[in-house]
Every structure is written in C-alpha cells, then in structure tokens.
Design a protein around this ligand. Structure first.
Ligand SMILES: Cc1cc2nc3c(=O)[nH]c(=O)nc-3n(C[C@H](O)[C@H](O)[C@H](O)COP(=O)(O)O)c2cc1C
Length: 390
C-alpha cells in the first residue's frame, strides 16, 4: 500500500456553542440544544465517522457532561473530549475521565487545551502567563496520569499539590485514554511531546503544517517518544468544484465588513495563542484573499477563532488535498461544516467513497425492485405498486 492510500481516521465536530447555515449572521441559527447535538452524534456514528470532538470554553456546553449525554445513543463513536487543566483539580478530572471511559466502554479520547484567552481563563481562576500555563499543565498531567495508571498520586509541585490522591475505579483503557493536544507555541509543543500521543493542528497550508510536524517530530524524538498527527478542518464538498465555491461564498454572504473588523480586533487583543495568530495571519482580515492555498479557504476564520479554514471542492479535489496532508504525516482528520448535521451527510456521502471510508450498510429491501436506486430513479410509488402486484 502506498502512503497516499493509507486509511484516514475521520472524526466530526459537535457544535456545542451553536450551529447555523450562515456565519456571522443572525438568521438560520441553531442553538446547541442537546437533542440537536444527539441528532448529529447518532448520524455520524452511523455514517462511519470514527469519533467526535467536543470543545471547551465559556461559550460551549460542558464537554464531559455533553459527551456522557450523547454516548448512550451511539455504538462505535469515540469521544474526543476537551480538557482544560486548572478548571478543576487533576484528581477530579481523573475521576471524570475514568467514569466516562467506563460509561463509553473504552471510547474516550482526551484533547488537552490549555486555553489562549487570558480574560476567559481568569474567569476560571487561572491567572498564569502563556508559557507558565504549560508548566502548570505538565504538573497537572503528572498527577492525572499517575492516578489513571496506578490509582495513586502525590505531588508537591510549584502549581499543583496533591496529597495521597486516590482513584477508586480505573479507566477501561490502560494506562489511560489516549491524549491529544492542540497548540502551536514552542512551549506548547515542548509540553505536548512529553505527554500527548497525537498532535493536532488547525488547518494551515500544507507547507506550514509540514514545518510544524517536523518541529514536533524533532522534539518528540529527543524524548524518545513517538507522536502521531491530526488536522482540524472545515469541509465544503459538493458534486462539482463550482458548486462547492458557490456554497463557500454563500456561507459568508451575510457577513459584513464591520463584523469582520470587530472579530479580528477582538482575537488580536483577547488571545495570546500562537496557533490563533498563525490562523489570523493567513487572511489578514481581508475577504479578497481567502484561498490561502489551493482549495484551502480561510473565510470562516474571518469571524470564528481557532479552526478557520475549509477544504473546498468536489469529492475528488478535496480527497487529493487530504492526500497531500497525509503525505506530510497527518493520519487523523477532525472535520466540520455548517450546518454540522447536513454537512456530516455531505462529507460522508460524497467524500468518504473517495477516501475508502465505509458507512454502515443501508437496508435495501427484499429484492432489487425495492432497492433505493429503483425507488428514486423509477418514480417510487408506481414502481413499488407494480412490483407488489406482480
Ligand atoms: C484541534 C484543536 C482544538 C482546540 N480546541 C480548543 C478548545 O476546545 N478550547 C480552547 O480553549 N482551546 C482550544 N484549542 C486551542 C489551544 O488548545 C489553546 O487554547 C491555545 O490556542 C494554545 O496556544 P498556543 O498555540 O499559543 O500554544 C484547540 C486547538 C486545536 C489545534
């Protein structure tokens, strides 16, 4: 098997801060109602996605609780749950993680996100400057991992103190559920290569992703560790390239320049995240230069922080772009699209066949006359009645 035919591990996103058909506009919005999130989880479980990412932050529904609410309605889906050190103690998070891993029968993945908005972090009682947040995270995960692996932890650290911490019930996955990490600063990469199993990047152009992959590999090798890679991207896939670009334009068609300027100014002052700075630099707040690399469109980043780029095109085009990322070393893709339910279907129905990802088998009835193809291509009702009468 050549490297470009390797399977892609494809996850989807649960929009716990809301969803909609247009970004930066107030119409056709959807609240993150738990029943709507459940619809998405049930759909993507059936469509062949391997997991879902649940983010964390003040604008999101809480990630662990939401994952626990969705898990019973799914069979195969893994839950990549964001964990932000400092929002609770490591011992408490170890209990949350081991319970959720048992509830999901070993389907928990954890995404370590230290957070990049000092004012938001202050609301959670975290007042550390950027690099020190990673020193704090290092101590936090020492206790967290010790507890999951052995049921015991003790640490008299600079940031974390835990005295005879105990965990009553172990997680199913041992020594712990897999740890993912998202962050682009030197301090973040240094921290992650000592702790995380998978390094995640937002959807930067392939050359920039390659540069980060090289940095992460070098840092991991120096510690004798092996890290795999994933990318977080939006998708706008349609039957033709033209239709996909039209859909991209439509997505930001109700977005005005004032809203863009406000959002960009806010990100510039409210965030100290290097990853966010790299994403903002791709488009510079300008809507006339949004294709920042072939088929990589930065329109979403005009008003959304974090993941701000989409792969746009026909199934063949988008699959070819994903293969380019794969050649750099990306094995995991965390996709999304607006609205997340409909776009989960589009990606699965249009793109998955190009990637060799199989959805759950569809029921087609007793004979070929009843197959979906016959029903939809042959006039439905009449065809069925004719068959029934024969
Ligand atoms: C795939 C991915 C997912 C992320 N999810 C979150 C999240 O849910 N909440 C959050 O506060 N930050 C999230 N982040 C952002 C970072 O984890 C972190 O908050 C910050 O941007 C890292 O800063 P740095 O790039 O300066 O190291 C995510 C980053 C990536 C790459």
């Amino acid at each position: 098997m050549s490297i470009t035919q390797k399977p892609i591990d494809f996850l989807w996103f649960i929009p716990t801060s809301g969803d909609g058909s247009y970004i930066g506009a107030s119409d056709l919005n959807r609240a993150p109602d738990n029943r709507y999130l459940r619809e998405i989880a049930v759909a993507v479980d059936r469509l062949g996605y391997s997991g879902v990412l649940l983010p964390t932050g003040v604008s999101c529904e809480e990630s662990f609780v939401t994952a626990a609410s969705l898990a019973p309605f799914t069979e195969r889906l893994k839950f990549l749950v964001a964990i932000r050190p400092g929002t609770a103690s490591p011992a408490y998070y170890a209990r949350l993680a081991s319970t959720l891993d048992r509830i999901t029968e070993g389907r928990l993945l954890l995404n370590i996100v230290v957070g990049g908005a000092p004012a938001e972090l202050a609301g959670d009682g975290i007042f550390l400057p950027h690099d020190e947040r990673y020193d704090h995270a290092e101590e936090f995960f020492q206790v967290f991992e010790d507890l999951l692996a052995t049921g015991k932890a003790d640490l008299d650290g600079k940031h974390i103190k835990a005295k005879e911490a105990r965990l009553g019930f172990p997680s199913i996955q041992q020594p712990r559920p897999p740890l993912y990490f998202g962050g682009s600063s030197d301090a973040g990469i240094e921290f992650s290569t000592g702790r995380a199993d998978k390094y995640l990047t937002w959807g930067e152009p392939p050359e920039q992703v390659a540069e980060k992959v090289a940095r992460v590999r070098k840092s991991a090798a120096a510690k004798g560790r092996d890290v795999s890679f994933g990318i977080r991207l939006h998708f706008i896939v349609r039957e033709t390239d033209e239709e996909a670009w039209e859909a991209a334009d439509r997505l930001i068609s109700k977005l005005d320049d004032e809203t863009i300027a406000k959002a960009q100014a806010h990100f510039a002052t409210a965030s100290d995240s290097v990853g966010q700075q790299r994403m903002a630099a791709l488009h510079g707040g300008r809507r006339d230069k949004l294709e920042v690399s072939p088929n990589l469109w930065a329109g979403i980043g005009l008003v959304r922080s974090g993941a701000g780029t989409a792969l746009v095109g026909s199934p063949k085009t988008v699959a070819a772009r994903l293969r380019e990322y794969q050649e750099i070393g990306i094995e995991t893709v965390i996709g999304s699209g607006y609205p997340h339910l409909e776009e989960a279907y589009r990606v699965a129905e249009l793109l998955f066949p190009e990637l060799g990802i199989t959805t759950l088998p569809q029921r087609t009835g007793f004979g070929s006359e009843f197959s979906q193809r016959t029903v939809f291509s042959g006039g439905g009702h009449q065809t069925l009645r004719a068959v029934a009468a024969s």
